[in-house]
Design a protein around this ligand. Structure first.
Ligand SMILES: [Zn+2]
Length: 254
């Protein structure tokens, strides 16, 4: 039996800390999660139940491989939690913990001038290149491998789509090249790498919305947050990407 839910949207409860480079199988109990990943005849890999799972049961928790907030002024750089209104503009973290956990790749990002890249993507409404930028920073800082997302299914880009990505790739690479970061640290950052990563992010990224409250209230909170367009950013998860899901929004719980 494939794992499905009676809800049209999927819920993943984020553990704290939110971010790690390996998905977590942690559950409320010490028992292993009741799932396995296997091939299907028609839709590639999928997650299967190893025992009956009731509606609204927590199957497992997962941390994203990479994430990025829509706005550095509104959401934490590391965990996408809402920032306090009194937060200084130059401190995009909800806590010292989040600052410390992301310090390596945040410092890499701060070494470069992102005006041209951010303007190009921002004016075109492009969100996924920011996830590639984040992953590139993580690779440079040693917090992630360049092949972190390779296990995920990629989308197929047409040659026209690939050529349209030339500009954003050049702007990303130039931003790093104009810093004191050594060439050997950005050797991985080829156009092929950029396209390969973006092809995986494109069909595996989840829109992240924040919800607060009791787990039992998540469905009503999800409905409320969707109506309020409460999305705070995007994230790519490894195991949840194997779920045969409807690409609906993810609600995370702080
Ligand atoms: Zn945070």
């Amino acid at each position: 039996m494939a794992v499905t839910s009676s809800f049209s949207r999927r819920f993943f409860v984020k553990p704290f800390p939110f971010f790690s480079f390996n998905f977590s199988f942690s559950t409320a109990s010490s028992a292993p999660p009741p799932i396995r990943v296997a091939l299907t005849d028609s839709v590639g890999r999928a997650v299967f139940a190893t025992r009956p799972i009731a509606a609204a049961d927590l199957i497992h928790t997962a941390s994203p491989a990479v994430c990025h907030p829509y706005s550095a002024r509104a959401a934490c750089y590391y965990c996408l939690a809402a920032l306090p209104h009194s937060q200084p503009l130059r401190a995009p973290f909800c806590s010292q913990h989040c600052h410390q956990r992301s310090k390596g790749y945040y410092d890499v990002e701060m070494k470069a001038n992102w005006v041209a890249f951010d303007d190009y993507c921002g004016t075109r409404g492009l969100k996924y290149p920011f996830l590639v930028k984040r992953l590139a920073c993580m690779v440079i800082s040693g917090d992630a491998r360049s092949d972190t997302l390779d296990i995920l299914q990629p989308t197929n880009f047409t040659p026209e789509m690939v050529s349209e990505m030339e500009e954003e790739f050049v702007l990303l690479r130039n931003a790093f090249m104009e810093t004191l970061i050594g060439d050997d640290h950005i050797a991985f950052l080829t156009k092929q790498w950029y396209i390969n990563v973006l092809a995986r992010i494109r069909i595996n990224a989840f829109r992240i919305e924040l919800a607060v409250g009791l787990y039992e209230d998540l469905l009503s909170l999800a409905v409320a947050s969707v109506e309020a367009e409460a999305a705070v950013g995007n994230a790519v998860y490894i195991l949840p990407s194997f779920y045969n899901h409807d690409c609906g929004e993810v609600v995370t719980k702080k």
